[in-house]
Design a binder for this molecule. Structure first.
Ligand SMILES: C[S@@+](CC[C@H](N)C(=O)[O-])C[C@H]1O[C@@H](n2cnc3c(N)ncnc32)[C@H](O)[C@@H]1O
Length: 238
């Protein structure tokens, strides 16, 4: 998958901002109602904090959700196209786009930032989650959804997390552990069970508060959807 292509951009605009009936127009209401970016953010405690970070934010819906309870949120993504789009949403509150019905038939859609978000609290920047600026440290909250199995060296991020999150701060990691050699060389895949591997990588510095499984759907066209199940875990920095 190329995160710089217009088609993938429209798939993610639909996943992040699409209306339920557009996202799943087949009456599978439970699947249509799934709002993965809001769902993973809801794992954080409901108190207001100062500084948050959203890694692999794509077109930014989870970053906007985090802005409801954070005075400042930085959304980082490797794709310049996604970051430009997220910035357009921040500036205008909305973005018109086209989503695929079938073949070369596209339908006009409108992405709007979630109600209650505080766009002024949000900033987006292109960056690499494996090589973040040295100044990135001590965040109250760090969120990374469906990112680690898209990184060539996921351990680089896992090892950086203890310094990114301040003591007592929160981490929410979501991942379907969808290991693919096209993103992550096989030698960097977990040798054992992925969930055990993740816990082993985090438990020295983080206490596990809660974990669960969350379904996400990505509409490719009106008759084709990706369906995944992400392991979502909520941690507190020791
Ligand atoms: C599977 S998507 C998940 C996007 C979003 N968090 C969500 O749950 O819908 C993976 C995202 O990670 C981004 N990404 C890939 N490698 C990255 C890296 N090294 N640093 C930051 N973001 C990266 C991609 O551009 C893409 O937006």
């Amino acid at each position: 998958m190329d995160y710089e292509s217009e088609k993938v951009l429209s798939d993610y605009l639909m996943m992040h901002y699409g209306k339920h009936e557009e996202r799943m127009p087949w009456g599978f209401s439970k699947l249509g109602a799934l709002d993965f970016p809001a769902q993973t953010v809801s794992y954080f405690t409901q108190k207001h904090v100062a500084m948050s970070l959203d890694l692999g934010c794509a077109v930014g819906a989870s970053t906007f959700h985090m802005s409801k309870l954070s005075s400042k949120v930085i959304g980082i993504d490797f794709s310049q196209l996604f970051i430009d789009t997220a910035n357009e949403l921040k500036e205008n509150g909305k973005k018109a786009y086209q989503y695929q019905e079938e073949g070369n038939k596209f339908i006009p859609g409108l992405a709007e930032i979630p109600e209650g978000s505080v766009a002024g609290n949000v900033s987006f920047a292109q960056g690499d989650a494996m090589n973040l600026p040295d100044g990135f440290k001590g965040f109250d909250r760090v969120h990374a959804a469906n990112l680690i199995c898209r990184l060539p060296e996921p351990m680089k991020l896992i090892e950086r997390l203890p310094s990114l999150v301040k003591q007592g701060g929160e981490l929410v990691l979501a991942t379907p552990f969808s290991w693919l050699a096209e993103y992550t060389p096989e030698e960097n895949w977990p040798k054992e069970d992925s969930w055990e591997w993740l816990q082993a990588g985090l438990s020295e510095h983080f206490e596990l508060i809660h974990h669960s499984d969350e379904i996400f759907t990505i509409r490719e066209h009106v008759r084709k959807f990706q369906l995944g199940v992400s392991k979502v875990s909520h941690w507190r920095r020791k």
